[in-house]
Design a protein around this ligand. Sequence first.
Ligand SMILES: [Zn+2]
Length: 508
Amino acid sequence: MTRPLRIAVGQIWQETNTFNRNASTLADFENWGVAAGSDMLSEYGATGELGGFVSAVNDWPDSVELTGLVRFVCWPWGPVDHDTWQTMQRMLREQLQTAQAEGPLDAVFLALHGAMAAEGEPDLTGAALELVREIVGPDVPILGTLDLHANITRRMLASADVLTGYHACPHLDSAETGQRSAAALRKMLTDNIRPATIHCKLPMITPAELHNTFTGPPAPLYRRLEQLEQQPEVLSAGLYMTMPWVDSPEVGWSVLLTATAATPALRQSVDELAEQCWNLRETMSSVERLTPAAVVDRALEIDGFPVVIGDGADATNSGSPGDQTHLLAEFLARPEIPHGALTFLVDPAAVQVAWQAGVNSPFEARVGAGFAPEYSSPVLFQGTVERLLEVNFVLDGHIGSNLPIRMGRGAVIRSGDVTVLLTEKSGPGSTPRLYEAAGLDPKTCGIVVAKSPAGFRAEYESFAAACLLSDCPGCAPPNLSRLTYQHVNRPLWPLDEITQPGEAPWCR
Ligand SMILES: [Zn+2]
């Protein structure tokens, strides 16, 4: 009798924004759930990419034994602190060694983000894959899933056999991405192949507002990827538009294709896609964004409600702290906002003030700008505490499926036409469910703020009278030249005026 296939699985996931100077601590990861061994599978084995992979391999006709490694997940925030990164590596190493001691492994699967950084380690994903390769040796297949905002690095490619990225932005395909990774593994194991990868790095970064793969400029490129992945020799085809707010050397768009062999025809397909990407760079960066005053003016002019303002600069989905006050200050300055304005702020000190005051009590405090005071200032808020709650819900849709969201204690405060949901911790700024979890109904509001550049459209567009984009300062500004990059390889468009990718030797 043949023994079952043994596959070790883990998840190390965060989109890190290195312009957010607040480190992601072990407590932050614990809030989102750290788990190891069998606990990892029993508690989180049905979430996102991991869930997709697990369900797919469990449907194989082969007998499969899954071994849980570690799960470290944290909502997008600043770099992982040094000690937490050490802990992560130690636990991953120990779990992998334990799994190996129990018998030979046939593969390792990691659900990764691909734009994750720690203090002193700008390429945490590459380092994690390297660690796994070092332990399992050259012969065990290593597969990983990535966000399409991953930043592909040489280290990642040197250690992983197949990397499979989302094909959808808004990211509605997290589970499917895990399933596609499982299909690639099945092909490798069944045909006993070690695939070849073709990678083309482009010296360009773009803001996220137009990254929409359904209706935005890159949509045809993603349809082409899907076609390529239908070819029997292709294990994975990806286009990584990268997350531009991680100041890491190899930041830039990538086209990545993994197949049974790197044939000239596939190389040509990659080159064609890369050329199309390069030609899109200006289009991808040209989108109307309005200053805080102008965006609120425009919202007030629009017939119908709600008008949803996507605040990309303070997008909690992009690792900004969600504490910026530019739009809130505008709301408070207006004499009237028909149907009211609704926003949220990550501000644990203000939550504490509200909890101390109690429901229906007056609230008076300076709110916001606690994490990134370099981009905005606290705003005096005088109003009433309307509700106190724990902000917990389950995220299904953009960026996650079955993902437990835990944003700590919360408070709803109101001043005239302006309602603010305060939370202790960051979380998805892209979904109306954040407000609904606090008993608020964004559909009935005049203006609603989504702290998200693009993903908010997945749910808001279905009922919004209009969606506008703001141009505020913050840790994830759409205007990339506002940031001071120190570590990215140069030249890099649009920071440098280059007309051809060949002008950037570091990409070769
Ligand atoms: Zn993303």
